[in-house]
Design a protein around this ligand. Structure first.
Ligand code: XUL
Ligand code: CO
Length: 449
């Protein structure tokens, strides 16, 4: 790892050095209070449990612009009018930030890193140029790629969808982009490749053949899988569900819909799910529900760690700060044996009113500490609370006798009737929800970072 705290010719975040762990009593806003990367929790370090990743798009491409007004945040790395030079500077700023935040991973869309060219060949060349530079920066800093993806939603050509577009020429453009993004991901050693549905959905059934569009989407994903495997991509392909925005109806509404789709089209061996917290709540679920649906199916790939705003219906992508959420998420991840290829990617942005570059650091520190606390509390609960025993006990009637025979598929509907007639009315058993909630709060306040 390079001794200098920044990369390239210029320091973009002067006055801010590497963020260190200072412990829970520290009041330094630029220090970790809970994330102590080398601390061992159970069988591995916090760094290896949490596998934090910083995303390129919110932090280095966006400037706080919203539909009502322009950007509010300076981006000293985007001042050059030469698009390639600006992209190079952005890359240097990004790697300086990743290093100072001490995260092991980053994520990017093709168009975050390199500008679109005048045609397919020029776009490919731009991306290859920046990928070469990113590879060198990875070597300098040791920072790895959690996942790459293709932006198939910003360019106006994708307004009616990418792989589900009614015009084959657009589908082919999307294919060219995914091909180049897969090559970039392999070149940078990416551990996953993500498809977020973007504009794969529709606004009205009167102009849309949903049956054909779904067939095309599956065909396209299969082609991406085949090409990825052919060029040596051994990681996981991930679909990121989201119920709405930008399209009124998105095909990848939620985890169970995506899992059913992948199984229907024979993609379930190569694809898993990337669960985003804010997308879960937009779908009318909880974040924990979406995670659990994936682990039940053996298909939890990775997590976009953020949170929504309970009062509105759009994707606010706030940094995670709710311990109740992070505890529940880490309980499910730990019970699933931890992340395999995935990790916790901060698909999150600071508020438009947070205009200091320092706010970018503070936001990520908060997100990392929230998950570090979630990990510590979840681990302690799994070790010491009786919640898991209580949950198992609720199903004990399926562990032997007729209940076990039922679970093993050995009974018929007539057998159920015979059992019911013989046993008579069942006994009431409390679900004890209030006790469960009390236990979670007790552990949240018991565990000290
Ligand atoms: C959009 C979203 C994307 C994906 C990657 O809501 O979450 O940033 O994570 O395309
Ligand atoms: Co996301």
């Amino acid at each position: 790892m390079s001794a200098r705290p920044w990369i390239g010719n210029r320091e973009y975040f002067p006055g801010i050095s590497r963020i260190e762990y200072e412990g829970p009593e520290s009041d330094n806003p630029l220090a970790f209070k809970a994330y102590d990367a080398d601390r061992v929790v159970g069988d591995k370090t916090m760094r290896d449990h949490l596998r934090f990743s910083i995303c390129y798009w919110h932090t280095f491409c966006a400037d706080g612009a919203d539909p009502f007004g322009p950007g509010t945040r300076p981006r000293p790395w985007s001042e050059s009018t030469d698009r390639l030079k600006a992209a190079e500077e952005k890359l240097d700023a990004a790697f300086e930030f990743f290093s100072k935040m001490t995260v092991p991973y980053f994520c990017f869309h093709d168009r975050d890193m390199a500008p679109e060219g005048a045609n397919v060949t020029e776009s490919e060349k731009n991306l290859q140029h920046l990928v070469g530079r990113a590879k060198a920066r990875q070597k300098d800093t040791g920072i790895r790629l959690l996942w790459g993806t293709a932006n198939l939603f910003s360019h106006p050509r994708y307004m009616n969808g990418a792989s589900t577009n009614p015009d084959f020429d657009v589908v082919a453009q999307a294919g060219a982009q995914v091909k180049a993004a897969l090559e970039a991901t392999v070149e940078l050693g990416g551990e996953n490749f993500v498809f977020w549905g973007g504009r794969e959905g529709y606004s009205t059934l009167f102009n849309t053949d949903t049956g054909r569009e779904l067939e095309h989407m599956a065909r396209f994903l299969g082609m991406a899988r085949d090409y990825g495997r052919a060029i040596g991509f051994n990681g996981a392909f991930l679909i990121e569900p989201k119920p709405m925005e930008p399209m009124y109806h998105q095909y990848d509404v939620d985890a169970q819909t995506v899992i059913g789709f992948l199984r229907q089209y024979g993609l379930a061996d190569d694809f898993k799910v990337n669960v985003e917290a804010n997308h879960a709540t937009l779908a009318g679920h909880s974040f924990a529900h979406e995670l659990r649906m994936c682990t039940n199916a053996g298909m939890l790939g990775s997590v976009d760690a953020n949170r929504g705003n309970p009062q509105n219906g759009w994707d606010t992508d706030q940094f995670p700060a709710d311990l109740y959420d992070t505890v529940q998420a880490m309980l499910i991840v730990l019970e699933d044996g931890g992340f395999k290829t995935g990790g916790l990617n901060f698909d999150a942005k600071v508020r438009r009113e947070s205009t200091d570059l320092e706010d970018l650091f503070i936001a990520h520190i908060g997100g990392m500490d929230s998950y570090a606390r979630g990990l510590l509390i979840a681990h302690e609960m799994l070790e010491k609370s009786s919640l898991a025993d209580f949950r198992r006990e609720r199903y004990a009637s399926f562990d032997n006798g007729q209940g076990q025979a039922f679970a093993q598929g050995k009974l018929s509907l007539e057998d159920l009737r015979e059992h019911a007639a013989k046993q008579g009315e069942s006994q009431k058993r409390s679900g004890r929800q209030e006790w469960v909630e009390n236990v979670i709060n007790d552990f949240i306040f018991r565990v000290k970072p």
